[in-house]
Write a protein that binds this ligand. Structure first.
Ligand code: FMN
Length: 375
């Protein structure tokens, strides 16, 4: 059992979720040997290209873990192929009132109603301009009004390899009452004319046919507007009375079946556009299922909280051990390649899953352990 499982996880589990996250952020600020702690192997066969961004592997850190963009360097050293800071808004935000995270011990899932607390675009730009780069980094920006989005994008884009436009946060009020399609069309027009680096659009998840049509319409608008890729998906809106605002976004294991299905549907609708699969990815088998459904990369958030810093190593190692005949990542150095490869990973899925990898059961977290914390 590693140090994380023996010491850090029980400690983090015993703290309220936001205190656990603050402690994790403090630890990330220490000059520790993050590369050694992560222990992620470097396998040239896993190198891939995300809309022209060269990645050492297809496993990314999802937006929202490092909201201030202060720890992207340390997080990158853990072994992620890329990391995403933010979501950043034009002005600083304190977010919703606490409590704003509810854990579901044993379900490897949680609900957050953070409401995008962040230091604002100017402070984030300063932080990014001063911090060393351990690898590709993106920043997530919020879909506020056009003037705010344009200003935030202009301040942050020079410091990152790409920008992810978050049009799917369930915890902010500006997304609720407007015409989302018209708004995204306008944002894509404005950003399309200005951007110089890859632009990704992060979509909400869908379950019903009505939601599916709404999300696929957004995907088409993003694609027609020149997006370089889509991220599928953000959290699923749910109610939880323990949260101060009574509702939030569900993340973690329970999203995973939806993630694979959504990636497949969006892949069919969006042709060759790169897709980043996000939602409940905890293991190499999960990552393989997403790649098999048509994803170019996967993104991890709750899996990092559940599994600790070695989760990226475990996923990358598992991908590395998948027989090379079945591996078909988008070739590195080939901008715009998406790596669509229906069915080619499927036969590896069972082999990886049965190779002693920790996989949460349908109702439990890895090893049935409780959920320790969240941001
Ligand atoms: C506490 C918390 C905060 C989050 N904040 C953001 C955010 O600021 N921007 C964003 O795009 N997604 C945010 N997310 C969503 C994640 O990026 C991801 O889409 C979602 O959690 C599903 O992935 P997972 O199951 O691996 O956690 C947040 C998730 C959590 C749990």
């Amino acid at each position: 059992m590693g140090l994380y499982w023996a010491v850090a996880r029980p400690l983090l589990s015993s703290l309220p979720p936001e205190a656990a996250h603050r402690l994790a952020q403090f630890i990330l600020s220490l000059p520790l040997p993050w590369e050694r702690i992560g222990g992620t192997p470097k396998d040239p066969a896993l190198r891939t290209s995300l809309a022209g961004i060269e990645l050492s592997n297809p496993v990314g850190l999802a937006a929202g873990f490092d909201k201030s963009c202060r720890h992207l360097d340390a997080l990158g050293h853990l072994g992620f192929g890329y990391v995403i800071g933010g979501t950043i808004t034009r002005d600083p935000r304190s977010g919703n009132a606490k409590p704003r995270i509810a854990r579901y011990p044993g379900r490897a899932s949680m609900t957050n109603a953070m409401g995008l607390p962040n230091p604002g675009a100017e402070a984030a730009a300063r932080t990014l301009s001063r911090s060393p780069r351990s690898g590709p980094r993106l920043v997530s920006i919020a879909d506020q009004g056009p003037d705010e989005v344009i200003a935030t994008h202009a301040l942050l884009e020079p410091h990152v390899d790409g920008v992810e436009l978050n049009v799917s946060c369930p915890n902010v009020s500006w997304g609720r009452d407007r015409d989302n399609e018209a708004h995204l069309t306008l944002l894509m027009q404005e950003l399309g004319a200005r951007r110089t680096r890859p632009l990704f659009v992060k979509l909400p998840p869908f379950r019903s046919d009505v939601e599916r049509e709404a999300v696929l319409a957004l995907a088409r608008i993003a694609q027609d507007g020149g997006a370089d890729g889509l991220t599928c998906s953000n959290t699923r809106p749910v109610s939880d009375r323990r949260l101060s605002v009574g509702a939030g976004g569900l993340s973690g294991r329970e999203l995973f079946p939806d993630t694979v299905r959504i990636v497949g549907d969006v892949r069919t609708a969006a042709g060759a556009l790169p897709i980043n699969a996000c939602g409940g990815v905890f293991s190499a088998a999960d990552a393989l299922a997403c790649l098999d459904a048509g994803a170019t990369t996967v993104q991890v958030y709750t899996g990092l909280i559940e599994g600790g810093p070695r989760v990226v190593r475990d996923i990358v190692r598992g991908l590395s051990e998948a027989p090379s005949a079945a591996r078909s990542l988008a070739p590195a150095s080939s901008p715009g390649q998406d790596g669509t490869r229906p069915g080619r990973f499927r036969r590896e899925f069972g082999a990886i899953a049965s190779a002693g990898e920790r996989r949460p059961g349908p109702t439990g977290g890895p090893g049935g352990r409780p959920t320790p914390g969240g941001p």
